[in-house]
Design a protein around this ligand. Sequence first.
Ligand SMILES: [Ca+2]
Ligand SMILES: [Ca+2]
Length: 369
Amino acid sequence: MRRTLALSAVVVGLLIPGVVAHPAAPPVEYATRLLHDCNDDWGGHSTVNDGHDTIALDLYEAHNATLDADVIVFKLVLNGGYNGDATRPALEDVVTFKVGEQSVTRKFRTVDNVAFTGDFDAVAGPKAFNTAAGAADGARFYLEGIVRLSTIGASVGSTISAAAVQGYAGSTKADHMPGGYTSGGQTVQDCSTIATEQASPARYPVSGTIQYKVKGPVQYASLASDVSSVTVAEDGNATVTLTIKNLLKQAQKATLRATPSAGIAFHAASYRTGETTIDLEAEAQKTVHMYVTPATGAKDGPVTLRLTTNLGGSVLVTIQVNVDEAPAPTTTASTVSPKAESGGLPGPMVPAALFALAAAAAATTRRRG
Ligand SMILES: [Ca+2]
Ligand SMILES: [Ca+2]
């Protein structure tokens, strides 16, 4: 792998520099581009100087299941690394930014340009960086530095600003974003593409000026309930209609969970108690029915619904459930809700509470007869 990366950098840098000098593909739709460097300013230099060619820095929010937390992911696009000599100092790429007025510094580090570590909460990559058409973009690759919101003192509404990246080879400064690079101890502002940068701010954000407002990982999918509270008889049944929408132009797999899960079931593609998965085609909207079936002795309380998606989305909705105590046995039948009697209950996996409800409805019919 090390040899492949180094060799590719040499080949691309020396033989086809015209191909090198091009911008990174735009960020994925749920990411924000914080920085784009001058076009490959370190590109040829990475074949004679150690240090990564910094290309771009994107940010996206996600719910990270491993960390069990809402996180910010800094996606750093790089190229090259070593110049082909035997020196091979440790390479570091230091990411700095502000959360509100608080300065934060995190770094990626490698001693072989194959395995990367760092002082983020987690580091992923390297992974191949692709062109907009999905092909490998030369030898470019990206790393992901993942931090919990809580780790960096951020929360929904916080502003992240003043992003910058400084590359190092050992203790020697190399390429940086925004702007040029350092060579022989001198800062070189090689920004020949500044006109392009200004003409396309979404692709080349004007260096260091992006102010990102933390939203939580809500840009992937939405979840809405037709009611904020529901009243249901003890041992009875109530139906809540949930609307789920894929906010992205790509398919996602969503998982819907209820806490507490007891007495909660979903009817989506199939009937599931407590949790269900839903395939969401691009920009699709789907309706899911949630059945609330409180057991005998159940108390009033909130039910929290969490919708997560395989790309990192997470959204919460809380519904208050008020339980009407069951009256004396002789009047049980009168407490059955009209909605429950009207049918439409799921078939093959009806929980015990629903069987009890059906029995009560049958008793009503007999008495009326
Ligand atoms: Ca660069
Ligand atoms: Ca630079």
